[in-house]
Each structure stands twice: as structure tokens, then as C-alpha cells.
Design a protein around this ligand. Structure first.
Ligand SMILES: Cc1cc2nc3c(=O)[nH]c(=O)nc-3n(C[C@H](O)[C@H](O)[C@H](O)COP(=O)(O)OP(=O)(O)OC[C@H]3O[C@@H](n4cnc5c(N)ncnc54)[C@H](O)[C@@H]3O)c2cc1C
Length: 414
């Protein structure tokens, strides 16, 4: 892999940029791998990367039915934070957030991590109590967050309207080292590093069946033929139920569309991320100047990657209350993804009823922020059979009633 550096750019500039190689290879599938990962989204690629980096397992294929990063990883609003309530969640999200701090250097790829700060607005007394509780829990977990009063919110976000027509701003939960990163770059950076370790990223290839023998996984059937493996990691977000069905078990998960939109670009007006859960909308400003806006999930199950129109209207109406200055902005683009939501709003990183098959899913509306931590833990789970980061997120928690309830922290699309 050619190292990206200022020196390399200067050298290439002198030679008409003819020396850059492909960022990742385009291999034909081999007949056997030690590990196959299904799904080249952020979580699948990060899992493969840490399998190689932390455990030296590099005979790995990552099989993707579309193009890498083309699922939810390339469709989200890129919010990164770790201010969750329950200890297992805070641990994995904070692991991810801390890995994001140095991910550009680790991958030698600029993922544009921008720790600009995230505010979750409290607009009802219930939310005030909830966020103060989370701030106390975060203090015990070693996650740096603080409760801030309306005056401080206004200092951080001068364009905000503290006295909206329906709900006043009563304060907020502030995480100063939360922020955003470039979502495609996260996928591309991991992909380049995986390819450099000799792993095969096989795009435009759909997994159509999970092959088993005596209760143990033996490989997959794909649109390019059968491929055998010792271990299988399924990391397909909104299609997790489909893959579980291929392997003969069911998941406690629902797939629903979630959508986002961006405005035309404007001059810099807001340099933090704001989430308004009560009126339901969240917004940040991209480096290009677009206002990046996220809304809610559809209330029905679907695989449409679009989302219903009324959600756009409701989200924009809510944000116009909170930020009246955006009311005359034109919207530029709208899109959707298929997110995988569990009953306790926490992910599943688990062994499955099929020996040798592991599943990583259920990140729902908020898994971009978790990619490095999830990959780190999932790689350990696949390599060693368990991981302190994933132990609490097993499938058995649904049978045992041991839920990790994050419906407050994750109750809004983010
Ligand atoms: C509009 C929107 C906004 C969001 N905003 C945020 C946010 O601000 N912050 C945040 O933290 N999270 C956010 N999320 C959630 C986040 O995007 C996801 O949790 C995360 O990207 C999931 O990553 P993944 O790698 O698990 O899935 P994906 O990126 O969806 O990757 C799964 C891959 O599996 C592939 N696949 C599926 N079936 C097969 C098959 N049979 N064979 C081969 N490949 C297959 C798919 O093509 C896909 O590329 C948002 C999501 C959406 C849709």
C-alpha cells in the first residue's frame, strides 16, 4: 500500500499523479477462507480489519452484494457520541469514540473526524431528569459529558430559538468530544487497510444461502458460486433477518426505513451537532455548508431504502421551530436506509445457534458512531469466542429478559 502523506502528494504532483495505485484490490473469490464476513459496511470492514490487526487472521473475505459502504454506512448523518445510559453501551460506544480520535492516523486515511461537540436538547421536564441521570451515569463510567443550562446552549448555538412555540429549551446534555466524521471515508479507510493485509473484498456478490453440516457452518452460496469457511460473521444491518432465515433461526429484530436530507449549502452558522428529541429532528452543518438533517423511522417494516414523505415534513417543521432561520432554505437531497431495530434499542453481537456463525446487528438508527468499537469487539468474539465489549450483547439476553434498555439514549433517529 502506498503511504498517503504530504511528501507522497508532492512527489506525485511532479510526476503527473501517475504513481497512485488502486486503494483496494478487486480479487476473484477463492474457494476457502478462514473467516468470511458478509456485508462490507463499516461494521463488517472494521471487524475484518481488527481480525487482521489484533489477531493476525488475514485469510478473510468480505462479501458485499452491492458496493462497499453503499448500505447505511454511506447513508447516515455521521453523528458520533458515547453518552449512553447503561454500562455495556457506554463501554462499547466510548471505545469506538476513542478509536475515532486516532483512526485517520491508524488507517493512514483521513476520515475527517471532527470532535465539534454534540448537544442533546432537553425540552420537557422528563427529559431534564433523564439527561441529568445520564450525565451522572456517564461520570461513573468515565465518559465525559455535562448537563448545561439554556444560557450555555445559546452560547454554543447562537441560531437556536430557546422559546419555541411548543417546547422551550430547558438545557441539554453536552458531550464536547462528540462530533462527526466522513462516513464514506470510514468505509474506504478500513477497506484499504483490509486489502493491504491481503484480505479479499468481493463486491457485487450476494450471499444467497448459509451452508451447514451437523449444526456447524461450512460456508456460503453466493452469486459467484459456493465458498467454504471455518467461521462466518454476518454483518448486514437491515438484512440481518434475511441472513438468519437462511441459517434457520429467527432474530428479535425489525427492519424499518430511516431517512435524512441536506439543504443547499450556506455560510457557516452552526459548529456543533444539535439533537432535539422531543420535537424530533437533529442537525449539523457539513464542511460544504449544507445543513445535514435527520428524521425518524417509518412506523412500518420495509426494505425500500426510501422512507415516507410525511417524515420529511414533520422533521423540517420541528427544526424550523428550533432554528427559525432555516425556514427559507431549499432542500437539496433526501435519501433513506434500512435500519435494524431491537426491542431494547441495543445491538446484538453474538454467537448464534449455528456453531461457527456470528452475528453483528441491531445498531438501528445509531451504529455509525460505534463502528470502530463494534469491529474491535466482534473481531475478538470471532477469534477467541468471547469479548468483554460484546459479552452483554448476546442473543440470549432476549430469552433471559436481561435487556440493555437504551430507549432514552437511542429513542431518536441518530
Ligand atoms: C438516514 C440514516 C441516518 C443515520 N444517522 C446516524 C448517525 O447520525 N449516527 C450514527 O451513529 N448512526 C446513524 N445511522 C445508523 C448507521 O448508519 C448504521 O447503524 C450503520 O451504518 C450500520 O452499519 P453496518 O455496517 O452494520 O451496515 P451497512 O452499512 O448497511 O452494511 C451492511 C451491508 O451488507 C450488505 N448485504 C446485505 N445483504 C447481503 C447479502 N445477502 N450478501 C452480501 N451483502 C449483503 C449490504 O449491501 C450492506 O452494504 C443512520 C442510518 C440512516 C439510514
Amino acid at each position: 500500500m502506498k503511504k498517503y502523506s504530504a511528501f507522497a502528494i508532492a512527489k506525485e504532483a511532479l510526476t503527473y499523479h501517475k504513481g497512485w495505485g488502486r486503494a483496494w484490490a478487486k480479487p476473484a473469490p477463492k474457494s476457502h477462507y478462514d473467516v468470511i464476513i458478509v456485508g462490507a459496511g463499516g461494521h463488517g470492514l472494521a471487524t475484518a480489519y481488527y481480525l487482521g490487526r489484533n489477531f493476525g487472521i488475514t485469510n478473510v473475505a468480505i462479501i458485499e452484494k452491492g458496493w462497499l459502504g453503499g448500505g447505511n454506512t454511506g447513508r447516515n448523518t455521521t453523528i458520533i457520541r458515547s453518552n449512553y445510559l447503561q454500562d455495556p453501551s457506554a463501554a462499547i460506544y466510548e471505545k469506538a469514540r476513542s478509536l475515532y480520535e486516532t483512526l485517520s492516523q491508524d488507517l493512514n486515511y483521513n476520515i475527517m473526524f471532527s470532535p465539534r461537540g454534540v448537544i442533546m436538547l432537553a425540552q420537557t421536564h422528563h427529559e431534564v431528569r433523564g439527561y441529568k441521570r445520564t450525565a451522572h451515569a456517564n461520570a461513573l463510567q468515565g465518559v465525559t459529558t455535562e448537563w448545561i443550562e439554556p444560557k450555555r446552549v445559546k452560547e454554543l448555538v447562537p441560531i437556536i430559538n430557546l422559546h419555541g412555540p411548543r417546547y422551550p429549551v430547558l438545557g441539554g446534555l453536552w458531550q464536547a468530544r462528540g462530533g462527526t466524521a466522513r462516513h464514506d471515508a470510514v468505509a474506504w479507510g478500513y477497506a484499504r487497510a483490509c486489502s493491504d493485509m491481503g484480505m479479499d473484498i468481493i463486491q457485487q456478490t450476494e450471499v444467497t444461502a448459509v451452508k451447514r453440516s451437523g449444526g456447524k457452518v461450512t460456508g456460503v452460496s453466493t452469486t459467484q458460486g459456493d465458498i467454504s469457511c471455518n467461521k462466518l460473521g454476518v454483518v448486514v444491518a437491515g438484512h440481518s433477518g434475511v441472513l438468519a432465515d437462511m441459517a434457520g433461526f429467527r432474530l428479535p429484530i425489525e427492519s424499518v426505513p430511516l431517512q435524512a436530507l441536506v439543504s443547499e449549502p450556506i455560510k457557516p452558522c452552526m459548529d456543533v451537532v444539535v439533537m432535539a428529541n422531543t420535537v424530533h429532528g437533529y442537525m449539523s452543518q457539513s464542511d460544504k455548508g449544507e445543513m445535514v438533517i435527520g428524521g425518524g423511522t417509518d412506523s412500518h417494516n420495509a426494505y425500500t431504502q426510501r422512507g415516507s414523505f410525511h417524515h420529511v415534513e414533520e422533521t423540517v417543521r420541528a427544526l424550523c421551530e428550533t432554528f427559525p432561520m432555516i425556514s427559507r432554505l431549499k432542500m437539496l437531497r433526501q435519501w433513506g436506509g434500512i435500519v435494524d431495530v431491537t426491542g431494547d434499542r441495543s445491538p446484538i453481537l453474538s454467537k448464534t445457534p449455528v456453531e461457527g456463525m456470528f452475528i453483528n446487528c441491531g445498531w438501528g438508527t445509531g451504529g455509525f458512531k460505534a463502528i470502530p468499537g463494534s469491529g474491535w469487539g466482534m473481531a475478538e468474539l470471532i477469534a477467541k469466542g468471547h469479548s468483554p465489549l460484546t459479552d452483554q450483547f448476546g442473543l440470549d439476553r432476549f430469552r433471559e429478559g436481561r435487556f440493555i434498555d437504551e430507549s432514552v439514549a437511542a429513542g431518536v433517529a441518530h
